[in-house]
Design a protein around this ligand. Structure first.
Ligand SMILES: Cc1cc2nc3c(=O)[nH]c(=O)nc-3n(C[C@H](O)[C@H](O)[C@H](O)COP(=O)(O)O)c2cc1C
Ligand SMILES: C=C(O[C@@H]1CC(C(=O)O)=C[C@@H](OP(=O)(O)O)[C@H]1O)C(=O)O
Length: 390
């Protein structure tokens, strides 16, 4: 891994921290763009009351001089405004685990006598730092003409019909939509469903699609399992809280058809390879093939519900229903930018690995060479070879 990041901090502690290591020098970092991405993570239908309290802003504490990266680790901090309400306050123990959250597994694993430390760190509040990291990665990718975006394709049983909307348009419409869904009629139905489900004291999941446009051929590799691009994307997306399924392109739909109907034909026009379809989601053999990378992520309906669920009081051993504190109802719209961010991170890492170099100016000419690769550059002959001499 060329690029890596670690995060620290609790949901109701003073702040969250991210350290992004491995960036080249010379990248101009736009703080306003980072903050705009952070704001996207806070808005959308189905968000809970906490999102009105926070106003996420990144503070850059290291790795940046004169607005440009130096090649040193980039350190970023995001304050938790809600911390002020918890500071110095004695908090009742939390001993009734919510099914589907990290309360029970976290407490058993770490031996907590109160479930709060588990929820504090497991909380998706941490995704604010991932969005800050992803935003910087996105800025690196933009230097090479690569754009990452995303949108919601379903919430509960409401599915969008996106066939007639080009990828770039889906991204820009989604950014203006409360549900993050580019299909206006589906978006309206989603809003109604979120409202009804919230009134019914329940929660909703959905599917998010993230796409990367303008990628070169050659990111990732089949030479080792952990170098395969889809494996790296899959792990990164599945690391997001409540994301339980990932597919590359229409992977599950492809299984319903015979092989000849799901491969993306290779055509040649003016010595250039053309792929008229993209059912592979932009990756073949663990390597990007120049088509848009398309990733679909399934988000489960979240665990904290106003309707009580069957659990146990770990302090007494008695069966008891869960208690409600505060929560989102449907965080799918605001998770779009989180999925985009993890995709941007993996692609930035794979690009850095492919191009090498410690500075942006070292990377640029290498990228130009990579983009120039055409069919004629492949020097193949028709002679037979003895590959395995006796
Ligand atoms: C943006 C976002 C917001 C979330 N908000 C909540 C929430 O308000 N309440 C909740 O119970 N879970 C929420 N989750 C999901 C939990 O963090 C997650 O279910 C929990 O950490 C357990 O992890 P797991 O679902 O991945 O197993 C949210 C997830 C994301 C990505
Ligand atoms: C704070 C955020 O999301 C939180 C994620 C979350 C969870 O359990 O994952 C539970 C809720 O926390 P709280 O009980 O403090 O309201 C969400 O608000 C955030 O995304 O910034």
């Amino acid at each position: 891994m060329t690029l890596r990041f670690l995060t620290a901090g609790e949901s109701h502690g003073p702040a969250l921290i991210a350290t992004l290591d491995g960036l080249p020098s010379g990248l101009k970092v736009d703080l306003d763009s980072i903050n705009a991405d952070l704001a996207r993570r806070q808005s959308g239908s189905g968000a809970g009351p906490r999102m009105k309290m926070e106003q996420d802003r990144a503070v850059i504490l290291g790795g940046l001089m004169g607005g440009h990266t130096t090649g040193a680790p980039l350190a970023m901090m995001i304050e938790n405004r809600d911390h002020a309400h918890w500071k110095g306050i004695s908090v009742d123990p939390f001993t009734i685990p919510r099914p589907g959250h990290a309360d029970l597994t976290g407490a058993v694993k770490f031996g907590y006598s109160d479930l709060r430390p588990a929820l504090e760190r497991a909380s998706a509040r941490e995704t604010a730092t991932r969005v800050a990291v992803g935003s910087v990665c996105r800025q690196l990718l933009a230097n090479f003409g690569i754009e990452v975006g995303g949108y919601v394709t379903s919430i509960g049983s409401v599915e969008a019909n996106l066939q007639s909307i080009p990828l770039q348009e889906r991204i820009s419409i989604a950014r203006k939509s409360d549900t993050g869904c580019p299909d206006p009629s589906a978006s309206q139905a989603m809003q109604t469903l979120i409202r009804e489900t919230t009134l019914a004291k329940d929660t909703l999941g959905g599917i998010i699609e993230a796409v990367a446009i303008g990628l070169p051929v050659g990111l990732g590799s089949f030479t080792q399992w952990d170098k395969r691009l889809e494996a790296r994307i899959g792990a990164a997306i599945l690391s997001i809280q409540a994301i339980k399924g990932v597919e590359i392109g229409p992977a599950f739909e492809n299984t319903r058809h015979p092989g000849t109907s799901v491969q993306d034909a290779i055509h040649v026009e003016n010595s250039q390879l053309i792929r008229p379809s993209n059912r592979c989601g932009g990756i073949e053999g663990g390597i990007s093939n120049g088509l848009p990378v398309i990733v679909r992520a399934a988000m489960k309906p979240i665990a904290t519900t106003l309707t009580p669920q069957s659990s146990v009081n770990l302090a007494t051993g008695e069966g008891i229903d869960t208690r409600y504190e505060r929560s989102d109802f449907c965080p799918v719209p605001r998770a779009v930018v989180v999925v985009e961010s993890m995709l941007a991170f993996v692609l930035a890492d794979a690009l850095l690995e492919k191009l090498g170099g410690d500075s942006l100016s070292e990377m640029r000419p290498r990228y130009e060479n990579l983009k120039k690769m055409r069919l004629g550059d492949l020097t193949m002959d028709n002679t037979a070879h003895i590959w395995w001499p006796e």
